[in-house]
Structure formats: C-alpha cells, structure tokens
Design a protein around this ligand. Structure first.
Ligand code: MN
Length: 420
C-alpha cells in the first residue's frame, strides 16, 4: 500500500454509514476512569475516537476545542473552525501516517458511556410537517379546515423545556398530571394513560447572535452546527386538557430525547433537497423561492433523511424528512425575526415528521388514529405506550459516492413513575 492510499481505519466495512465521510460528534466517558472524565468523541464505525487526546497527540491547534467535556466550545467557535476541525479529523482517521497514533485512541462503543453532547440553552419545537398538522386537525377539528390560517405563512412553534432534554438511552419516567376525559365532569390526577412519541429532527445552534438582530435565511449555516434525531415524548391526555389556549406545557416538558451524536451539516450536503412547493408567496424574511441577493442561500433547504421508528424492535413507521414544509433555515429565521438572540446550545425541533401514507406517520396518535386503530405487536395491542416499551428511531441520509450517512439513534424505555 503506497503512502498516498487512504487507509480504512480499523478496516471498517466498505460503505459503513459511520465511515470517514460522516464523523458525528458526541461526548463519552470511560468506565475505568476513577473520576468520570467526559471527553469529546467522534464516531467511526462502531468505535469512538477520543478527539481531544488525538489533537494532543498530533500537536493540533484544536486541542482547546476538542479536549473539553462538552461540544459547546467547538460549537461556539463558528463555521470556519467547524470546517477546519472536520478537515483535520478526516486526515487523522484516513492518512496512513497517523494510523499508529490514532489507533489506541479509538474505543469500542460498547465500552463507553455516552452523555448529552452539549449543554442545551433554549429549546423550541416547531410543527413543520403538513401531513402531521393535517392529521391532527382532521382528528380534533373534523368540522374545520385541518390547517389553521397561519400554518402556511409561518412555521408554528412553542418554547419547550431545555432542562429536561436527555441523551438517547435515558429511561423516560411516565409523567403524572391532570387529565379530563370529555365525558367526566372534573379532571383527575394520575399517570398519563396516553403517552406518545414524536419523531423529529433536532437542529443544534453553535454560533450565537445578538439580541435585536434577526438571522436571515442566508446565515443558517453560519449558525447551525449540526442535527440529530429527537423524540418529543408527549402525554396526550395531559396535553389536551392543559393546552387551551396557550399551548403545550407539562404534557411535553418531562423529557425530550436526542441522539448522542450530532451530525455536522457538512456531512449532509448530499442530503439537501428542495422543499415542497409553497402554496402561498412567503413574506421576504421566509421566502426561499428566489436566488438570494448574496448567492449564499441557494442550496436546497430540505434534508432527505430516511427515518425508521421501532417499538420493542418492531417497525411502526418509516418516514422521510424531505416532506417537511418548513426548512431548518426558515425555522431559524422565524425564531429570531422578532429580536430573540441565539445562544450556543440552542436546540430546535422540526415537529413530528409524518408522510402521506399510513405507515409513514411519526406519532402513535396518528398511527392509531387517536386510539381507534390499535397496532398489533407480538406482546399485545398498543394504542399508546406501556411501561417497559422501548422506542428507537434510526435514520440515514444520502452521502457522497452512493454512501449512506448514519444518524445516531435515539432510544428510550418507558418506566413507571413513583406511586402516585
Ligand atoms: Mn413535537
């Protein structure tokens, strides 16, 4: 093998979705550490590279960004640094001269503990899937037009609870709260009996912005560091009683799960797709139909991610984010247009991703049509989640040269709350 031939590190199988074309970021610790030491890691196949240790061993200028316990310093460093660090990491895992240095710094994923990879600042959740919004409208407002009049003019969203965002693998405690079945005269308190999932993409902000200065569509890639899968666990019974007229509150604030791996936007260039045709002209700050004046925002705004959802190992949904009506750039522009600043670690979700077909719906309330059509599992029927149920979302995107870019899974198990 000549010096110029890139090695496949640790002999990754050809086409591994976590090959050197991907390199998502996470945070891990090793069980043998006497005191838990969190480290920035980069996933390679079924291994994680200790990125800070590699930077140190190779005399890299990026030690200060990588030898850290969270991704926040790297996220805050900005787009040029993100590209430079990614280029360096690609070289560390592909250039033969680095192989002997890097190899001992790769740890099998099975041997490490993965942590929430960044400190979450604010959390906003949108409602960007037209199929999802229409399904919910048809279910709950059958006598009205399913979409509210604002829906195609702005990306509808609400502010969620940043402090209860948890990493994939964290158990989800069944929430208790008030619910009022329509036929009952008064609300009751107790564990939710309509616990649901929401299959979403999460977008992670790196570069902050100044309060009072909106972030235009063209600056999306200057601010957003990467994306991940997100499960917005939702207690439908708590939600439906509390939500009028101000929107979701406790029915969604008990837990939101994100992948342990944040996929850099630079790994997803091949996954960009044109979003669905717009029904109405958009106001200028959201209008992505014309070439931008500065030519920066001309890449397609959508992402074609193929997402699979399993419940106790059985596929219950296969969907694609290509159908989202609103793009990540539009959500960001809308979130800041009134003057809100961005902070490093801000997280925003796409809203439940549902396709047009019945097997591509992203929540149980849609899959079972509000409980009317239970799904059959080997261990019994389901309308909503039972204690012990495990929900796992996986996804891949088209990568360069017909490869696939794998996204980190997001999984969680439902456990009973303290006796109420
Ligand atoms: Mn949601």
């Amino acid at each position: 093998m000549s010096e110029q031939t890139p090695l496949t590190p640790l002999d990754l199988p050809e086409g591994d979705p976590f090959g050197p074309h991907n390199l998502p970021y996470g945070v891990f610790s090793l069980p043998e550490d006497a005191v838990e030491a969190r480290r920035v890691g980069v996933r390679l196949g079924s291994y994680v590279l200790d990125a800070g240790a590699a930077a140190t061993a190779l005399g890299s200028p990026y030690v200060s960004l990588l030898a850290r316990p969270t991704l926040n310093p790297l996220m805050a460093a900005g787009r040029t640094a993100w590209s430079d660090v990614r280029r360096a990491l690609t070289a560390w895992v592909t250039v033969p001269a680095h192989r002997e240095t890097v190899r001992p710094l790769l740890h099998p994923l099975a041997d490490v503990t993965l942590h929430l990879p960044f400190e979450v600042a604010d959390y906003v959740d949108f409602y960007a899937s037209e199929n999802h919004a229409r399904n919910l409208g048809r279910m709950f407002r059958p006598d009205e037009e399913p979409l509210k009049p604002n829906w195609k003019h702005l990306p509808v969203g609400y502010h969620g609870r940043a402090g209860t965002v948890v990493v994939s693998g964290t158990d989800v405690v069944r929430p208790s709260g008030q619910r009022k079945p329509p036929a009952d005269p008064a609300p009751v308190f107790g564990p939710s009996v309509r616990l649901d999932i929401e299959t979403e993409l999460g977008f992670v902000v790196g570069t902050p912005s100044a309060q009072g200065t909106p972030v235009p569509l063209s600056a999306y890639r200057d601010h957003v560091f990467g994306l991940c899968l997100l499960n917005d666990w939702s207690a439908r019974d708590i939600q439906s009683w509390e939500t009028v007229p101000l929107g979701p509150h406790l029915g969604k604030s008990f837990a939101t799960s994100v992948s342990a791996w944040i996929t850099p936007l630079d790994a997803l260039d091949e996954a960009r797709v044109t979003p669905p045709e717009r029904t109405y002209p958009l106001l200028p700050y959201l209008d992505d139909s014309a070439p931008s004046a500065d030519g920066i925002a001309d890449e397609p705004g959508g992402y074609d991610l193929q997402i699979t959802v399993t419940l106790n190992g059985h596929v219950i949904s296969e969907t694609s984010s290509a159908s989202l009506y609103w793009t990540a750039a539009q959500m960001l522009a809308h979130m800041t247009v009134a003057g809100a600043s961005l902070r490093t670690g801000d997280l925003y979700g796409s809203g439940t991703i549902s396709g047009a077909s019945e097997n591509s719906r992203g929540s149980l309330i849609e899959i079972t049509w509000n409980g009317r059509d239970p799904i059959e599992l080997p261990d019994g029927k389901r309308t909503f989640l039972e204690n012990g149920d495990v929900v796992t979302m996986t996804a891949w995107a088209p990568g360069p040269n017909n490869t696939r870019v794998g996204l980190g899974e997001v999984t969680g198990r439902i456990v009973a709350g303290a006796a109420a």
